[in-house]
Design a protein around this ligand. Structure first.
Ligand code: PMP
Length: 284
C-alpha cells in the first residue's frame, strides 16, 4: 500500500507531499504538533491529544485549522488510507505561508499536515530489559509546555544519547533538577514506593502518557508525589522509568552508566507498564 499524506486540504502521495518554502514552520519553527498512537486500529487517548493541540495553538495564537469533528475525520482517513493498524499519526499545524517577517502575518492561513505510519511498539526487549539514559543540561526555552515543532535542542540531546549508546537524555535545569527527556517524561520510584514525577509547569510537556499513568496510579492507590528530583536522587532510587506515546513506559536501568538498583527493571515500573498496555488496548 503506498503512503498518503494530508497536506493543507489534500490527500497526496507521500513522496509528493510538500509544504511551501515560505511556510513559517519551515522558516521559524512557528508551529505545533502531536503524535497519537494507533493500537489495534484505534487512536489511543485522542481526546487528550486534541485538547493539548488546542492549548499549544492557543498559546501561540495560531487559529485552529478546522473543527475537531473535521480533524477527527481527516485523522481517520489518513490512518485508513495508509492501512495502519499499529503505528502513529503525526499532526502538524503551522502559522501558514507568508513572506518572511518575524511578526505574525496579517493574512496567513494555518497549514495542517497529517501523516501516519506503522511503527509501534518499540522493541519488546527494551521493555523487558530496560534502557539507559544519560543526563545533559536543559538548554531549551522557557515554554516547554507548548508542543512546538522547534526541536533542535531535543535533536542535539537525543543525538548525544545515541552517541553514548543510551536510549534517552534526561535534561537537567539550573537547580540540578531533572526536567524531562528530550521526547519523554521522567519518573522515579522512591524507597517507600512513592512514584515521583515533576509537576507540569512551563519546564516540561504535559505528556498524554504521563496523564494516563497518573490515572492508573490514582486508580490502583499507589503513592504519588509530583515534585522535581535531582540526578543524585534518581541514581540512588530503587526504580526509574520514562513515558511517551512512542516509547509507552520503559524502565530505566542505567543513568550516566551507573546501574539503577540491581540494573533490572523494578516491580512497580513493570506493573505500571502492563497497566498502561491494558489502557492503550482499551482506550479510544
Ligand atoms: N516530553 C517531551 C519533550 C516530548 O517531546 C514528549 C513526546 N511528545 C513527551 C514528553 C511525552 O509526551 P506524550 O506522552 O504525550 O507522548
Amino acid at each position: 500500500m503506498s503512503r498518503v499524506a494530508y497536506v493543507a486540504g489534500q490527500y497526496l502521495p507521500h513522496r509528493q507531499a510538500a509544504v511551501h518554502i515560505e511556510d513559517r514552520g519551515y522558516q521559524f519553527g512557528d508551529g505545533v504538533y502531536e503524535v497519537i498512537a494507533v493500537t489495534g486500529g484505534h487512536l489511543v487517548d485522542e481526546g487528550r491529544h486534541l485538547a493539548r493541540l488546542h492549548r499549544s495553538l492557543t498559546e501561540l495564537r495560531i487559529n485552529q485549522p478546522m473543527s475537531d469533528s473535521a480533524l477527527k475525520i481527516v485523522i481517520r482517513e489518513v490512518v485508513r488510507r495508509n492501512g495502519v493498524d499499529t503505528g502513529i499519526v503525526y499532526l502538524q499545524v503551522t502559522r501558514g505561508v507568508a513572506p518572511r517577517d518575524h511578526a505574525f502575518p496579517k493574512a496567513a492561513k494555518p497549514v495542517l499536515v497529517v501523516t501516519s505510519r506503522r511503527s509501534r511498539p518499540p522493541d519488546p526487549r527494551l521493555g523487558r530489559e530496560g534502557i539507559a539514559v544519560i543526563t545533559i543540561p536543559d538548554i531549551r526555552w522557557q515554554r516547554c509546555d507548548i508542543k512546538s515543532i522547534a526541536l533542535v535542542a531535543a535533536v542535539l540531546g537525543k543525538q548525544q544519547a545515541r552517541e553514548a549508546s543510551a536510549y534517552e537524555a534526561w535534561q537537567v535545569d539550573r537547580e540540578g533538577q531533572v526536567t524531562e527527556g528530550t521526547s519523554t517524561n521522567a519518573w522515579i520510584v522512591t524507597a517507600d514506593n512513592t512514584v515521583v514525577t515533576r509537576a507540569t509547569d512551563h519546564a516540561i510537556l504535559n505528556g498524554v502518557t504521563r496523564a494516563a499513568i497518573l490515572d492508573i496510579i490514582h486508580r490502583e492507590g499507589y503513592r504519588l508525589d509530583e515534585r522535581p528530583f535531582t540526578v543524585a536522587e534518581a541514581k540512588a532510587a530503587p526504580e526509574a522509568f520514562l513515558t511517551s506515546t512512542t516509547a509507552d513506559l520503559l524502565p530505566i536501568v542505567r543513568i550516566d552508566g551507573a546501574p539503577v538498583a540491581d540494573g533490572k527493571p523494578g516491580p512497580l515500573s513493570r506493573k505500571l507498564r502492563d497497566a498502561y498496555f491494558r489502557h492503550a488496548a482499551a482506550a479510544a
